[in-house]
Design a protein around this ligand. Structure first.
Ligand SMILES: [Zn+2]
Length: 136
């Protein structure tokens, strides 16, 4: 294991563990499907969570028949320079090479980097089976 990949794995694992604990709390018996919402501005992306769950599934039989589905939550910002409020096209989101560092965002109207994230910087449990969970 290299020094570069180890912290990444730990980080992904802790996020996946946290989500799994929330599911277990609500469903002591494994559900068929878990839906996870990933914000477009989150420092964790889908492949990170897939890695995390894959590792957990090796030792936790709870995950054996659980289908994990991922959805994207379109984040919203407010620009502090031109007052633009709304979402950002994917070209305006620059994902960091460094793990755990949030992506760099600039305003789609005036290109200012001084933006406030209103929503979309988090990863959360969205649903279990056909039940929508709203954790805010
Ligand atoms: Zn702006």
């Amino acid at each position: 294991m290299s020094h570069r990949s180890e912290p990444n794995t730990m980080h992904n694992l802790s996020k996946a563990t946290y989500l799994l604990e929330q599911v277990k709390e609500k469903f002591p018996k494994p559900p068929n499907q878990v839906i996870i919402s990933i914000g477009t501005f989150s420092e964790i992306q889908q492949h990170d969570l897939e890695d995390g769950f894959e590792i957990l599934a090796r030792t936790d039989s709870y995950l054996e028949n659980v289908n994990i589905k991922y959805i994207t939550h379109q984040g919203k910002i407010q620009c502090l320079d031109c007052d633009y409020k709304g979402s950002i096209p994917s070209e305006g989101i620059e994902y960091s090479e460094v793990h755990g560092v949030p992506p760099r965002i600039s305003c789609p109207t005036c290109q200012s980097p001084t933006v406030l994230i209103i929503s979309g910087d988090e990863v959360k449990l969205h649903g279990i089976n056909d039940q929508i969970i709203n954790i805010t």
